[in-house]
Write a protein that binds this ligand. Structure first.
Ligand SMILES: C[C@H](OP(=O)(O)O)C(=O)O
Length: 334
């Protein structure tokens, strides 16, 4: 089965790790019956979070996907490497190098050095991500990771700083200010002239199922949807598109999706998020206790949506796939 997912960082990566876990369990059971259908997963990652720090190109969402799916993530943080040291950052701080609000560990630094070296030699980001994916064994897992675009794109936030409006990089708003600085709007530099990275549109058009994990609907999935051509491909694909709400009781499980939704004037609810995807969404998973008014053409399934463990994420992913397969079967007989 070919599944294509649009993903941000921590939320997306944890969900997709659950999807791989679910697929392994299903394949093992099916093999016993001689009916294995292996998962081919294409992940389209958000690059709007990307930032240049200390002269190095850092791709936080792509790296979180690599480390989580590849088994090298710092579980407690959800980002960065497990068993990290911080000698380089300490030395930079001693030198007075800025910024000091973005934590980079030594092993993580190696990723950014290598990526920057390859980009500096003229390699497109998608080819760099392919190299990094090989390092993390993603191919052996049946996973192809694509950046949404090779065009440099950066999300900025126009903030109100004591009556003064100014634009700061998304990471400065998110990491340094923890999204507490009042935001007026998001501006995504480079997005209007971005082209989808090789394979992105075909992965959406040729999938059996397209999945939207519970990533931030504004600054993760919303940015991918802004790459010219992506939204049209989602509207045009024959695959059902099934999403998972990132909100439980109107509150994000992690991150600041509520603040981001408020900033763009959308209700902080599962229904509000579904409205952002209404032109292509076929199925929607919401938390058991969440209100979700009926919407024509949208099949809603209720599940506990807390990814408290790999097993819990696998259960959510399994429900997502089941809903997608049900929608596919219904289309085939329609
Ligand atoms: C919910 C969000 O998920 P992401 O957009 O990083 O996948 C987060 O972890 O902050």
């Amino acid at each position: 089965m070919r599944i294509t997912a649009l993903a941000g960082g921590v939320g997306g990566a944890r969900f997709l790790r659950g999807l791989l876990h679910h697929a392994r369990q299903t394949a093992a059971a099916a093999e016993g019956r001689g009916a294995a259908d292996h998962l081919e997963l294409t992940v389209i990652g958000n690059t709007g979070d990307d930032i240049t720090l200390f002269g190095l190109r850092v791709c936080p969402d792509i790296d979180t996907l690599l480390y989580t799916l590849g088994g090298g993530i710092h579980e407690g943080q959800g980002w960065g490497r497990a068993d990290e040291t911080h000698h380089l950052a300490e030395e930079l701080a001693a030198l007075g190098a800025e910024p000091q609000w973005f934590t980079l560990g030594d092993k993580d630094f190696a990723t950014h050095v290598y990526r920057s070296q390859l980009l500096g030699q003229g390699m497109p980001l998608s080819a760099v991500v392919e190299r990094l994916s090989a390092r993390w064994g993603l191919g052996e897992l049946g996973v192809r990771l694509l950046p949404m675009t090779d065009t440099p794109v950066e999300t900025h936030v126009v903030v109100d700083d004591g009556g003064d409006q100014r634009a700061i990089h998304f990471q400065e708003w998110w990491v340094r200010h923890r999204a507490a600085l009042p935001a007026e709007r998001f501006v995504v530099a480079g997005l209007d002239r971005a082209t989808p990275a090789p394979g992105v549109l075909d992965a959406i058009r040729e999938a059996d199922l397209v999945v939207l994990p519970p990533s931030n609907p504004v600054v993760s999935i919303g940015i991918i949807l802004g790459v010219p051509g992506v939204r049209d491909a989602l509207r045009g694909t024959r695959a059902p598109v099934v999403g998972v709400s990132p909100l439980v009781g109107g509150r994000p499980v992690r991150g600041h999706a509520d603040v981001c939704l408020r900033t763009i004037g959308v209700e902080e609810s599962s229904a509000g998020v579904a409205g952002l995807y209404s032109d292509f969404l076929d199925g929607w998973l919401v938390d058991e206790d969440d209100a979700m008014p009926d919407r024509r053409g949208l099949e809603v399934v209720r599940r506990p949506l807390l990814m408290s463990s790999v097993e819990a994420a696998a259960d959510m992913a399994g429900a997502t796939v089941d809903l997608g397969m049900r929608l596919r079967a219904a289309r085939a007989t329609a």
